[in-house]
Design a protein around this ligand. Structure first.
Ligand SMILES: CC(C)N1CCN(Cc2ccc(Cn3ccc4ccc(-c5n[nH]c(N)c5C#N)cc43)cc2)CC1
Length: 242
C-alpha cells in the first residue's frame, strides 16, 4: 500500500518510523511519504490560510496550495488514490471503514488546520478521485494530523503480515460486535488478586464460554448500542440466558 500525507506539520508523523508501522515501511508493506503543504506556496511568507468568506471565526486553508499539492501527488498516468480528509464534519471512522481502506492500493491524506480547507479543494478533487471526509468522533481537534495517525494505525494493522499473530485480528472485539473480555497474564496472583480460575483450567470450551459471557456483560454495561446492533444469529440460547 502506498500512502501520501500532506500537512503543514510534517514532523507530526515522526512516530510513523516506530513500531509495527515502522517495520511495515522497512519491509515494503507500506510505502509512506509525508509532504509539507508549504512546498506548494509561492509567496515569501509561504501563506496557506486566509479569512473566511461570509465572516466567522478563525481562518480557512487557501485552495491554491492544496490544488497544486493534490495535482502533484495524483499523476494522470497512475490510477487515482482515495483521498481521505479528516474533518469534524466527516463520516465516523469505524473498523468497517478501516477494512475498506486496507484494501485500497493508494491512500492520500489531506490534513487540514485552522477551521478547515476551502470546500472547492474537495469538490474539485472529487471530479478525479474518490473523496471521503472522515471524523474520529464528536469532539474537536486542532487539525487532521492526529486523525491520520489513528486511521493509519487502524488500517496498517489489517495489512497482511503486519500483525505477527493473525489470531489477534480474528479475536478482537469489533470484529465480533462485542467488546473484548478481560485479559490476564502471569503471575497467577498479583497483590492478592487471582487470575480467574477458569482461565487456568485448560478447559478451552469453558474458557471460550467465560470469555463470551464476560464480553456480553462488558458490552451491555459500556456499549449497549453495540448489543443493539448484534446479529441475533450470532447469539446462542445460552447467551440469551446470560
Ligand atoms: C458545531 C461544532 C461541533 N463545530 C465543530 C467544528 N467547528 C469548526 C472547526 C473547529 C476546529 C477545526 C480544527 N480542524 C482543522 C482541520 C481538522 C481536521 C479534523 C478535525 C477533527 N476534530 N474532531 C475530529 N474528530 C476531527 C477529525 N477527524 C479538526 C480539524 C475545524 C473546524 C465548528 C463547530
Amino acid at each position: 500500500m502506498r500512502v501520501d500525507i500532506v500537512s503543514i506539520f510534517p514532523e507530526y508523523f515522526a512516530p510513523l518510523d516506530l513500531s509495527l508501522i515502522g517495520r511495515a515501511r522497512a519491509n515494503g508493506t507500506l510505502r509512506l511519504a509525508v509532504h509539507d503543504l508549504r512546498g506548494w506556496t509561492h509567496d515569501v511568507h509561504r501563506t496557506v490560510d486566509d479569512t473566511p468568506y461570509g465572516g466567522g471565526p478563525g481562518m480557512v486553508m487557501r485552495p491554491e496550495p492544496w490544488g497544486e499539492a493534490l495535482d502533484a501527488l495524483t499523476p494522470a498516468e497512475l490510477p487515482p488514490p482515495r483521498l481521505l480528509v479528516p474533518s469534524p464534519a466527516g463520516v465516523p471512522f469505524t473498523q468497517a471503514l478501516a477494512h475498506e481502506l486496507a484494501a485500497e492500493p493508494h491512500l492520500l491524506f489531506a490534513c487540514g488546520r485552522y477551521e478547515g480547507i476551502d470546500q472547492r479543494v474537495l469538490d474539485h478533487a472529487a471530479t478525479r478521485m474518490p473523496v471521503t471526509e472522515v471524523s474520529l468522533g464528536d469532539y474537536v481537534l486542532f487539525g487532521g494530523e492526529v486523525a491520520v495517525l489513528v486511521i493509519l494505525e487502524a488500517v496498517t494493522r489489517l495489512l497482511p503480515g503486519v500483525l505477527g499473530n493473525a489470531g489477534s485480528l480474528t479475536e478482537e472485539s469489533h470484529a465480533h460486535g462485542l467488546l473484548e473480555a478481560p485479559m490476564y497474564t502471569k503471575p497467577a496472583t498479583w497483590r492478592g488478586l487471582p487470575v480467574p480460575e477458569v482461565l487456568r483450567s485448560g478447559d478451552h470450551g469453558r474458557i471460550a464460554r467465560w470469555r463470551r459471557d464476560e464480553a456480553l456483560v462488558r458490552t451491555g454495561r459500556r456499549r449497549p448500542d453495540m448489543l443493539a446492533g448484534l446479529d441475533p444469529q450470532s447469539l446462542d440460547k445460552r447467551d440469551v440466558a446470560a
